[in-house]
Every structure is written in C-alpha cells, then in structure tokens.
Design a protein around this ligand. Sequence first.
Ligand code: 4AD
Ligand code: MG
Length: 434
Amino acid sequence: MPPIVEIRQVSEHAGQEVVLQGWLYNLRESGKLLFPLFRDGTGIIQGVVVKSAVPPEVFESVRGLTQESSLRVTGKVRADKRAPGGFELDVVNVEVLQRVPAETPYPITPKDHGIEFLMDHRHLWLRSTRQRAILGVRHEIIKAVRDFFDNRGFTLVDTPIFTPAACEGTTTLFEVNYFEEKAYLTQSGQLYNEAAAMAVGKTYCFGPTFRAEKSKTRRHLTEFWMVEPEVAYAHLDDAMTLGEEMVAFIVERVLEKRRPELQILERNVENLEKIKTPFPRMTYDEAVKILQSKGSEIQWGGDFGATDETMLSEGSDKPLLVHRYPSQVKAFYMAPDPERPEVALCVDMLAPEGYGEVIGGGERLADLALLEQRIDEHKLPRKAFEWYLDLRRYGTVPHAGFGMGIERAVAWICGLEHVRETIPFARMLNRLTP
Ligand code: 4AD
Ligand code: MG
C-alpha cells in the first residue's frame, strides 16, 4: 500500500506512488484524458487520468465526476514546472467515497455568487482557496498572540462567559436566563483579568466576547474573539508599548509563515513590512484638531466615528496610538489623568489603511472611592460589582491592559473589506446561521 500523504507534502514524494484523500475541486475532460483537480485542505494538485493506463471502471468513475465528490486517489507524483504547485499526479486508481448527485450539484461554482448567498452557504464556502487562506492567517495570528504573551511570562487565565454585569456599557448587553436570575454574555474579560493580574502579576485571557451591536458595519460582529492582557503595576505607557510590540510581533510572524496565503488574498505585503515599532502616538486633543482641519464635524468631547478613524490613519504607514480621550466617552473603569481629570488614561490603536480601531485599553481606576462614584454615575448595579470593588479594598495598585479583537486584526492583516470573512461562522445583526 503506498503511503497516505497530504498534498502539501507531495514534493517529498516525487517519483513515488502515494494515496491522497480529499475532494474533487474541478474536472477538465479531453477525450481519452481526464484532468481532475484534487484538494485536501492542505493544497491542490492536478491529476492526469489516461484511459489506456487505468482499469476501465476507474476511468468511468472519474468521467463526469461532480465537484466536491469525496475520493481517495492513488497516483505517482511527477514534477512538472508548468503545474501550479510544481507537481502533478499520474493517477492509477480512484475510490469515490461519495459522488455528489449531478441533479443536486455543489452550490458554489466558480461563477460570481452574491455575498448573502455565500454567507448562507458559509459551511461550504469555507472550502474555497481564499477562505482557507483566511483561516490559515487567523490561526497564525492567534498562535502568535499566544506565543507573544507566553514568552513574556504571562499566565493565561480564562474568564467567564456568563457574567452578572456589564463591562462595556449596558446598550450592547446580551441578556440570558440563568435559572431564576438574569445573566449577560461577556462583553470583555477585563474585570476578571484585573482580579487575575493581582494574583499572577501578568495575565491574559483569550476567548469569545459578545455585543448586541444593532448597527450594520464592516467592523462589527455580535460574537467576536478578543485577547486581553492585564498587568499589575503597569501604567498607560506600558500598555501602549505592550500593544505595539504585540502587533509588530504578530505581523512579523504572519509575514514569516503565511506568505502564500497573503499572496492568495492579494495582500499588499510591502505595507505589512512597514509595521515596525515604535508606532506614532498622539493625544485625542491633537487628533480632534487634525480631524477639524480635514473637515470633520467632530467637536472636543465626541467619540470618533469610522470615517474619523480612517481620516486619522491616512498618511501613516503604521498603526496610530491615540490616547487620553474624554472620560465621558469611555467606560466607567478608566483612570482619569491626574493632570487633567476630564480625560482618561486610555488608548485606542487605529490600524493603517482605513481599518480603524484594533485595540482599546488603558490604565484602570485604582481608587476605591472614585470607582464607586463612577459605578453610580454610569447607573451600574453596585451589588454586582462588589467583588470588583474588593480588588480596590485589598492591595489596590496601578494596573493597565488592553483588548484586541482578533477579527479586526485578521481583516487588516489579510486586507479584507469586511469582518464577516475573518471568522469561520460570523454572527451579526441579521445573521445567526449557518
Ligand atoms: O474597545 P473595547 O470595547 O475595549 C474593551 O472591551 C476593553 N475592556 C478591553 C480591555 O482593556 N481589556 O474592545 C476592544 C477591541 C476593539 O478595539 C476591537 O478590536 C474589538 O475589541 N471589538 C470588536 N470586534 C468585532 N466586533 C465588535 N462588535 C467589536 N467590539 C469591539
Ligand atoms: Mg474601543
């Protein structure tokens, strides 16, 4: 029996007979020759079936074979400079596991399908070369994020999904029944990260987060994955430096390991090669002035919209760190700047090329009395935050951290127009299936 190999490994088997397990990607027929394209999730290879070289039933089983039929194919690997991957397969046998019926063909064909159709068939669309490339980059980004923190002595501490209260404002909460009580799906692991940071010093969590975003945008999902580091005794500047080092590390890793995927996605890699620390920094005040000079309606005190963020990042090749937003547009837990209490010690990192905010974070309010006041001002239920207030009662220290939405990072690094393609099964205002 020849060895079962993956298509990505065929170069190690030139001249040998191998077995590939996969699906039919495409088929070209030319009389006594058949040219099936096989895919197996690791690559694509063209096979050649010569009528005179295989048993008649094998030739017949491939003739007219439908797209995405599953099969096990035996053949000899042959180097061929003209072939896309540099190799072809001279087929000697094909075992069809399931033949997709010709009457109900695979719904996704090379023709142009509308985006809603593709999203409705996401469970199948994932098989396309482009979607596979995105999945590969997403995987690499997640792996790089973990390596980055693991190599720096951070402890991964998982935070809960069912939570008793809001972290990022009450308007985007998903409420669920929790036996006799109400619970909310987590918007961020941050508050629990703060507890973990006081236990282990440097921590991060990485998990799904939920926001009932009621607007349709290119950047918002209702379920997204976020990595959130939190560091005891860290200040705003430390969080900014950590964020830029993490982002530069991730981009470098993707460039190192995922060039073929970036090429499939037609990503301009020169732009990614410019992502080196340090990143430019500016205050919110400066940002407002720049925006006003460019014709934005923004007034001091307002939050930036997507177009503002795009305008700000124009003219910069690197991500931009905007810090010290007005406290009034930020969450309750933000530490005020001691020199200017109306602004918060917070930061947003805006990705270049118009991708907008990828990171939000900053220094946390360490003072018990002020934190209690903020919880009241934001009309948050004090009782649900008693545990959080304990962190200020028992050895409170300055601390800081941030959150990066994985899908925003994937969209930017892959150069995608919309976050719906960055996650295997997107959840959005109007989409809960497949
Ligand atoms: O700026 P946000 O709301 O910050 C927090 O949640 C903090 N508690 C994080 C922290 O300091 N530990 O969200 C952080 C990031 C954003 O910069 C963005 O990348 C992503 O999460 N994000 C979303 N991504 C996709 N869809 C959404 N609806 C998102 N909302 C936020
Ligand atoms: Mg934010």
